[in-house]
Design a protein around this ligand. Structure first.
Ligand code: TLP
Length: 347
């Protein structure tokens, strides 16, 4: 199977498996796991933040960070296709008691001028804005990257209004590889950042939240409340450390493969995607003009050993990662062409 459903599907490398086997561990709820402590210290250092916290998933990391930055009864501004709104089972409502105020933005990239129009102070009828949540890279917009000046302006203006900014940086290392800006500079003005070890970086499990020491001390308590006190988590952190140190340097390869896929797809009749906009490892493309439902294409591809998921009836998403080679991308494109040629039968 050539698995382009997500970069979450990677298997741990031999080096990760070895490190997991040899990991020094302790009880992390007592903060006595040396490997987790090392991972948290290293993540904080790389991001230039006071502290970091290892969490099992990106969803838990975002949930904790939004709780840190809000009070119940407030609103969280985010982009309309944002992960926190669409793929996290309303945790913003459930755990933080906040509503999301969604703003649709081209390529998923918010600007201060768009946010300003939706910002609300407390009023007789309004719930006030509690915080701003940004996603970099933006998953469902096709792995798009925030121009640094846009992101910095949002932070400066938000801070002027006393608002915190959380970055869902599940794939912030991809943003860094694409822009050439170190992650610590991308997040310099961000209050809390979540990034995933288990997406493009390839660790089997785990995400990190980083921010001030005070916030991370509270975050540790929220993690426990959510059932995320993981005890001898050093076996996972050991793989995470390798992901953090080793994988970022090979991300440009995934980006080149995604661009290659986008170019190949754009040449197929009925598929709409702009390869120039594919700058990281995610290709989101429109299949409506093929006349074949995305789910039917997905099924036909699966019969040809290629996995690509639909996002909705007319849109699909392919994601590259270290378990997908250039040759795999060529095979996937061949399978796609075959499926579309057989389209009358598929339909
Ligand atoms: N994204 C997954 C699915 O949930 C869609 C994927 O396959 O891409 N933020 C962003 C931007 C994400 O893409 C994801 C996962 C998360 C947060 C949540 O991470 P996990 O799955 O670890 O809870």
């Amino acid at each position: 199977m050539i698995d382009l459903r997500s970069d979450t599907v990677t298997r741990p490398t031999a080096a990760m498996r070895r490190a997991m086997m040899e990991a020094e561990v302790g009880d992390d709820v007592y903060q006595e796991d040396p490997t987790v402590n090392r991972l948290e210290a290293r993540a904080a250092e790389i991001f230039g933040k006071e502290a970091a916290l290892f969490v099992p998933t990106g969803t838990m990391g975002n949930t904790i960070a939004i709780k840190l930055n809000t009070e119940a009864g407030q609103e969280v501004i985010c982009e309309a296709r944002g992960h926190v709104l669409n793929y996290e089972l309303s945790m913003t409502a459930w755990f933080s008691g906040c509503l999301i105020r969604a703003i649709p933005a081209e390529d998923g990239i918010l600007s201060w001028s768009a946010i300003k129009k939706e910002y609300r102070p407390l009023g007789p009828h309004w719930a006030p804005t509690g915080c701003i949540e940004l996603e970099n890279t933006h998953n469902m917009a096709g792995g798009t990257v925030y121009p640094q000046a846009v992101l910095d302006e949002i932070c400066d203006e938000a801070h002027n209004l006393g608002l915190k900014v959380h970055l869902d940086g599940a794939r912030v290392f991809n943003a860094s590889a694409a822009s050439g800006t170190p992650v610590r500079d991308i997040t310099a003005k961000i209050d809390t950042v979540m990034f995933c070890l288990s997406k493009a970086l390839g660790a089997p499990v785990g995400s990190m939240v980083a921010g001030t020491q005070k916030d991370m001390d509270r975050a540790r308590l929220y993690r426990k409340r959510l059932g995320g006190g993981m005890r001898q988590a050093g076996v996972l952190a050991a793989a995470g450390l390798i992901a953090l140190e080793e994988t970022p340097k090979r991300l440009p390869e995934d980006h080149a493969n995604a661009k290659f896929l986008a170019q190949g797809l754009s040449a197929l009749s009925g598929i709409i995607v702009d390869p120039a906009k594919v700058v990281t490892n995610i290709v989101v493309f429109d299949v409506s003009a093929t006349g074949v439902p995305a789910a039917a294409i997905s099924k036909e591809l699966k019969d040809r050993s290629v996995l690509i998921n639909p996002i909705n009836a007319t849109t699909m998403r392919a994601v590259t990662h270290y378990d997908v080679s250039r040759e795999d991308c060529e095979v996937a494109l061949g399978a796609f062409a075959e499926v579309l040629q057989a389209a009358p039968r598929v339909r």
